[in-house]
Every structure is written in C-alpha cells, then in structure tokens.
Design a binder for this molecule. Structure first.
Ligand SMILES: C[S@@+](CC[C@H](N)C(=O)[O-])C[C@H]1O[C@@H](n2cnc3c(N)ncnc32)[C@H](O)[C@@H]1O
Length: 283
C-alpha cells in the first residue's frame, strides 16, 4: 500500500491556518496520526482533560464503525459511496474497505480542510476496476457538492449510493446539518444507505459536561462544536428505514462484525462511546 503521503509535507498554495485548531487535525491527533500542529494538539489535550478522557478510544471506535458500516453496505449490494467530511486519510480508508470486497466500487470523498486536500493523494489509490475522486467542498453548501465537476461521472445517482456523514454534523450549525442531510437524501435513489454518527450530548453524565467539552474546542478554533440528543439525531433519519440495531452508541452498532484486521472487539464492552450512530435506508 502507498504510505508515502503519511509523512508528506503539505504543498503550497494550500493555506493551512495552523494557528487554529481544526477538527480534522485534532481527530488525527486522537488517532495517533502525524498531520497535526501545536494548536490542534493543545485543543485535543484540553478536550481529553475537560470532558472526553476516552477520546483516543472513541476515535478508534469510530473508524471501526466506518469499517463495519461499509462492510454492511457492500453486503447489501451498494457499490458507490459519497463520504462527506472525510478527514485526513487514515488507513484503512473507505475505498480500501469497500474495494477489498467489491473492487468495482466507486467512492467520492469531500472535505473543506485544506490539509485533507493536501493529503488527498492517499484517497486516489483506487483499484483499476473501481474509481475514487476527492472534492474540496464545504458541507454547508450541499448544492455545490451536487454540482461539482466529476461527481456525476463517478457516481450514478439513479442507482443506490452509500452516503456517509461520520462525526461531521456536530461541527456544522444545526440548520446547516439538517439542510445537508435533506438535500443529499432527496437526491439519492431508493436502496441508498445513509450512515451517520453524531456527538451525543445525552451520553454525558449531564448536559453541563457536554457543554464544557463543546466550549473547550470552540476557543481558538475554526469550527463550532455542538452535540445532539438521540431524539435530535433521530429526526435526521426521518423518512429512512433504520437498520437493526437502530441508533446506538458507536461501539454498540453490530460489534460482532468487527473485522479482525482493523477492529478491537474489546471496545464493544468498554463502556459507551458518546456518539449516536446508525444506518437508514431510503425505500
Ligand atoms: C472528526 S473528523 C471525522 C473524519 C471522518 N469522517 C471519520 O469519521 O473518520 C470531522 C471532519 O469533518 C470535516 N468538516 C468539518 N466541517 C466541515 C465543512 N463545513 N465542510 C466539509 N467538511 C467539514 C473536518 O475537516 C474533518 O475532516
């Protein structure tokens, strides 16, 4: 596998704005990646200290959920995927997971962090039978994503798509998140699957603890952070048929299907990862 990108310095003319913490780089720090800066590490450590001591475990559990959800969709016959808020490439990436089982799979990735763009070469390592595309785009402007050059050459919207919105929506203003989901889901063909995970306000001891965590990140960062309750996340799945076991903490979504090479089955029993996670199907 091509792993050169892991140590590759970002190329100009990308403006990285390294003085402020960015969600993608903070998450990369939690995953023990190398693509983060002092502001990101400081914000990440503050989050660990002030409300999320399990951040590293939770980030890893989230990647494992992506692997299980992707495997599930491949089993359902889905062969094309649209991932919004991709993050800094972390192996295995979505296309690696789905193409291992269905090499003809096509994956479009999108993110708005210039550092993800700078490292996006790692997202272009498609199988010859399949295809991948990276789009630098802002999730608060879903129409631009839908009109982006290359999107419809890569994905056929008359056929089912696996839409993945993982640990993304809590970074967006709530109404922008709702608009994003509604706009994209409207565009999808029957049989499409929508995978979401969302920081869970109601899985903290009390809402004050969740607010402290949200506030910790917002100081000196580019993004806001606001979790949602289970009821709020459920409204995003309205009109979709939930796949069993429904909307659950990340590590409780079909933990028995954790792939051996990636997963850490111990996570399934190690408390609750505070993010609501689930898959809905458009019928
Ligand atoms: C916590 S990371 C999650 C990465 C990946 N989805 C995963 O679950 O492993 C959140 C990602 O959302 C991206 N993001 C935040 N706001 C965004 C926006 N307005 N448009 C596009 N991407 C955004 C960040 O840049 C970051 O890469």
């Amino acid at each position: 596998m091509d792993t050169d990108w892991m140590n590759e310095p970002p190329k100009p003319p990308v403006q990285l704005d390294t003085d402020k913490a960015h969600p993608a780089r903070v998450y990369d720090y939690f995953l023990d990646g190398k693509t983060n800066y002092p502001a990101d590490r400081e914000a990440a450590e503050a989050m660990i200290e002030r409300g999320l001591p399990t951040a590293r475990r939770d980030a890893r559990a989230s990647r494992d959920f992506m692997v299980r959800a992707a495997g599930y969709m491949v089993d359902q016959g889905v062969r094309q995927f649209l991932d919004i808020g991709t993050g800094i490439p972390t192996s295995p990436n979505l296309h690696e997971v789905v193409q291992e089982r269905a090499p003809e799979s096509r994956v479009v990735y999108t993110d708005n962090d210039p550092i993800v763009l700078a490292h996006s070469r790692a997202l272009h390592t498609s199988t010859p039978e399949g295809r991948t595309l990276y789009l630098h785009a802002d999730a608060t402007d879903p129409d631009t994503i839908l009109r982006a050059e290359g999107l419809r050459d890569t994905l056929d919207f008359s056929r089912p798509v696996g839409l993945t919105l993982l640990l993304l929506l809590h970074w967006l203003p709530t109404d922008a998140g709702v608009r994003l989901v509604r706009t994209l889901v409207d565009e999808l063909a029957p049989g499409s699957h929508v995978v979401m995970s969302y920081l869970a306000r109601d899985l903290f001891e009390d809402v004050g603890e969740a607010k402290k965590l949200e506030g910790t990140f917002v100081e000196g960062s580019t993004n806001q952070l606001r979790g949602a309750t289970r009821a709020e996340v459920e409204t995003l799945f309205e009109g979709l048929e939930m796949v069993e076991p429904g909307l659950v903490p990340t590590n409780r979504w079909r933990p028995q299907t954790v792939p051996v090479q990636v997963g850490n089955p111990a996570l399934a029993d190690s408390g609750v990862v505070p993010a609501w996670s689930g898959i809905g199907v458009k019928r």
